[in-house]
Design a protein around this ligand. Structure first.
Ligand code: VAH
Length: 337
């Protein structure tokens, strides 16, 4: 029986996944196969074939390989940084063992079809670790190869899976007699992502989107970081654009496998000011959780995304003010009205 060509999206019920399904369904000639432990919103069901399942279920992956010929895999399934600190072993199983299982699937399919499976992997600013606020201020805008010393299980997982992806795309079976066709691994280190339609769970950058969505619902919000905490952020539409642009870039244009992408940097106080501008009645207080604050202080204030701009034309469409004025606030108003 011929295998069905498809694009696989794992973690499809997550924030990036839902945004990606909407966008990819409009542009892809291939059907979308989505996999997540959770159901996806009903309105997305007509855009994909959804399977509720676990990427750790080897029998499930083995069955998928007999039914589908994956042209591309967007592997989004992960436990985010804060949740991973509470369940580090589970985080390692999902974020590393789950990713390794998918690399094997993509490696075997690439060899069998004689053509690389594209493997697109969202990494994170969590892959960085600056030891002090003074160092964060000194090395404000980090390049991909700087400060790769993560202090969270999630950050360790992401950095290791980047290296695994490079292994599977450049060195896999390097001692075998015949050089196999290898998968084509490409990864983005994302800043904090903000969606108008979904609220994150288990992340450390969640204070931004949580503050905004709480204000829109008239709920008071106690921000768990200091007012002066600075991190890079990006509107979700730009995150999807970056994934699709990197996926479509000609291999010969890529000087690296892992790229920084970012849009704007703001402090938690800046975030509060933007929220108050849109929702003047909002009640925002600051009650730092010093453990989570330590994670935020270890992440860079800015990302140097020069390589992405030069290699595949990356440029965010939503800077800070446009993200709030044209994407976040109008859509969030509509969502909670
Ligand atoms: C997290 N939002 O907070 C995710 C992200 C930039 C960090 O990967 O864990």
């Amino acid at each position: 029986m011929m295998r069905k060509k498809a694009i696989l999206i794992t973690g499809a019920s997550g924030e990036i996944g839902q945004a990606l399904i909407n966008s990819l369904a409009q542009t892809s000639s291939l059907p979308l196969l989505t996999l997540d432990l959770h159901a996806i919103p009903p309105e997305l069901l007509r855009l994909c074939t959804h399977m509720s399942g676990d990427i750790l279920d080897h029998k499930l992956l083995a069955r998928l390989v007999t039914e589908y010929d994956f042209e591309m895999i967007f592997h989004l399934a992960a436990l985010l940084s804060t949740r991973s600190e509470f369940s580090p072993e589970l985080a390692h199983q999902v974020n590393v063992d789950g990713t390794l299982a998918l690399f094997q699937v993509a490696a075997e399919q690439s060899q069998r079809r004689g053509k690389p499976v594209s493997f697109i992997f969202p990494s994170s600013i969590a892959a960085y670790g600056l030891p002090t606020l003074a160092m964060k201020a000194r090395d404000r805008r980090v390049k991909e190869w700087q400060w790769n010393n993560p202090t969270t299980m999630y950050g360790c997982n992401k950095l290791y899976c980047e290296q695994l992806g490079i292994y599977y795309s450049k060195h896999y079976q390097q001692l075998s007699a015949s050089k196999p066709v290898m998968l084509d691994f490409r990864s983005l280190r994302f800043p904090g992502l903000i969606s108008a339609y979904t609220v994150p769970s288990g992340g450390t950058t969640d204070y931004g989107p949580e503050m905004l969505h709480a204000a829109a619902q008239g709920r008071p919000y106690a921000c768990f970081v200091r007012e002066d905490s600075e991190l890079p952020f990006m509107a979700m539409p730009d995150a999807v654009t970056a994934l699709l642009q990197l996926a479509a870039a000609p291999a010969e244009s890529l000087s690296r496998s892992v790229y920084n992408v970012t849009s704007f940097t703001l402090s938690a106080a800046d975030f509060r000011d933007q929220v108050m501008g849109a929702f003047p009645e909002a009640e925002v207080t600051f009650e730092p959780d010093w453990q989570r604050q330590g994670i935020v202080d270890s992440w860079p204030a800015e990302l140097d995304d020069t390589a992405a701009r030069q290699d595949w034309g990356w440029a965010p469409a939503y800077g800070l003010q446009r993200a709030f004025d044209e994407y976040l606030v109008p859509n969030i108003h509509e969502r909670y009205q």
